[in-house]
Design a protein around this ligand. Structure first.
Ligand code: ADP
Length: 492
């Protein structure tokens, strides 16, 4: 029997270009699916910064139908590193050869709808050019949200119409909202601009269209899958998501065990594992030195890494720091995003460099060294679809302190003081009191119950967040989608 054929389309794929967790998923999941025997191929845009020379230019051009007539796009072929998974890059310099993926910090490129229409429609044209008719097309986030609608409309009664579509929501906060008047850019007629498809309070909402058109839907953790069907987390789409609740799955992301491996991480000064924790102490000392904090083995060191956006709850941390920095602890923060937040943390780092250091920017090496060298990792997210950083922390024996939301609930086990069990510390209320009380709880455990900390570290490092587990769940969902689309199972 031939393997299930899957086309996986994403606007960012690690290690080629990355702004967030979506790229990590898109770089790792297809490889894990391939290991399960699926014929999976990936499509992304050819951005500036991708080493074009290493890619094989394919003969011919794609003629991608756009509102103003066909655009001719090139295609380059590469492989996901460490695998034979093909990745096709859609080459159209006027749209993608730019310094940023979606726009400068805090802004969006004005032609984003056109850019990602080209990606979405181009991915389907590529299938036809390659004579690769997927059983399942897997689209991700708003940038590829037009794909399920194209399969149901412009591909109607053509070979791709038989393909099932799966749409994964990595972050519901970004829905792809555009002015209502721009519907024509998608190439779909005005009949699709209605509240059951793309219209949402006078705007074009790409995710809403994908929710209506996909054969099946998923998001990146079971808890977030339930949360987004409620007004508190649904960002206005809770109603349409709840209406499709039976086709919505929550599949926890995995992490890349090769990239995040404390025993053999080339970015660390020393390796360690649960049985040989000595290397972790070396990582802590080296980190304190690197970031310019006093090298003190006995002072608990907290790490924070992430985008400085309201999602991550770091505004509450900002208020809490007044109190936290009075305590015997150190904190290192790495992040970029909102300029007000950047300025605040940078200024505080200047004033309170004895205990707090902030690094504004994106630095993969430092991210690894913080995950390895810190004792605790702070993640007070307002909402969190899955979250990767807390999983990296667990693997590096750095106990996460998280707000009880989304994927954080699914990955961190709260400390049980009576039995000394758990893998981290959790709080419900995103308030200064909620955060500082929980940091205080972690500190008192660190100083007064060191054996509990040691036991928690051991359990944390033993957690299995492998992609093979996640890939098995995606494969099951693909089969479900296939059956819904075709009316018979894949094997039949
Ligand atoms: P999100 O996708 O919401 O940004 P996740 O925790 O799911 O959050 O994933 C974020 C990814 O980006 C992780 O791999 C994290 O290490 C990385 N990351 C975020 N900000 C930075 C930064 N400033 N420097 C290095 N890595 C970062």
């Amino acid at each position: 029997m031939p393997p299930l054929k899957v086309l996986f389309v994403a606007s960012e794929v690690a290690p080629f270009r990355k702004t967030g967790g979506l790229a990590d998923v898109a770089g790792a999941l297809p490889k894990a699916l391939r290991r399960r025997g699926l014929d999976v191929r990936v499509v992304m845009p050819l951005y500036a910064g991708i080493k074009w020379g290493d890619l094989e230019p394919l003969d011919g051009m794609l003629n991608v139908p756009m509102y103003g007539g066909p655009l001719r796009a090139g295609v380059r072929l590469g492989r996901l590193p460490g695998s034979d998974v093909p990745i096709y890059f859609i080459e159209y310099h006027r749209f993608f050869d730019r310094p940023y993926l979606y726009g400068p910090p805090g802004q969006a490129y004005l032609d984003n709808l056109e850019r990602f229409t080209l990606l979405s429609r181009g991915a389907l044209e590529l299938c036809k050019a390659l004579a690769f008719i997927p059983d399942v097309v897997h689209a991700n986030d708003w940038q590829t949200a037009l794909i399920p609608a194209y399969i149901n409309t412009v591909e109607w009664a053509r070979p791709l119409h038989a393909s099932a579509s799966v749409f994964t929501i990595h972050n519901l906060a970004y829905q792809g909202n555009f002015d209502g008047g721009s519907m024509f850019i998608t190439g779909l007629g005005p009949e699709h601009y209605n509240p059951g498809e793309f219209e949402h309070f006078g705007d074009v909402n790409l995710m809403k269209g994908a929710i209506a058109h996909s054969t099946m839907l998923s998001t990146v953790s079971p808890t977030y899958g339930r949360e987004i069907q409620t007004p508190a987390y649904g960002f206005g789409l809770d109603g349409v998501l709840a209406a499709r609740g039976t086709e919505l799955r929550g599949i926890l992301n995995g992490i890349d065990f090769d990239e995040w491996n404390p025993t053999a991480d080339p970015l660390l000064p020393a390796g360690f594992d649960a049985d040989h924790p000595i290397g972790k102490a070396a990582c802590k000392a080296a980190l304190q030195k690197e970031v310019g904090l006093p090298v003190r083995p006995g002072t608990p060191l907290f790490g924070v890494i992430g985008r400085l956006t309201p999602q991550k709850g770091l505004d509450v941390l900002a208020y809490a720091l007044d109190l936290l920095l009075k305590w015997d602890m150190q904190l290192v923060l790495l992040g970029s995003g909102d300029s007000e937040a950047e300025r605040f943390f940078a200024a505080l780092s200047y004033r309170r460099g004895d205990k707090f250091r902030a690094f504004i920017g994106f630095d993969d090496g430092l991210a690894h060294r913080i995950e390895a060298g810190a004792d605790f990792f702070l993640m007070p997210s307002r909402f969190e679809p899955c979250g990767l950083n807390q999983m990296y922390s667990l693997r590096y024996g750095t106990l996460p302190i998280v707000r009880a939301t989304g994927g954080l609930i699914d990955t961190v086990q709260n400390y049980d003081e009576k039995h000394g069990t758990g893998t981290g510390f959790m709080f419900e209320d995103l308030t200064v009191a909620g955060l500082t009380n929980t940091v205080g709880w972690a500190l008192s455990t660190y100083f007064n119950r060191p054996l509990h900390i040691e036991g928690m570290r051991r359990s944390a490092m033993a957690q299995d967040f492998s992609w093979s587990r996640a890939a098995a769940a995606y494969e099951r969902m693909y089969h479900e989608a296939y059956t819904r689309r075709r009316g018979h199972s894949f094997a039949a």
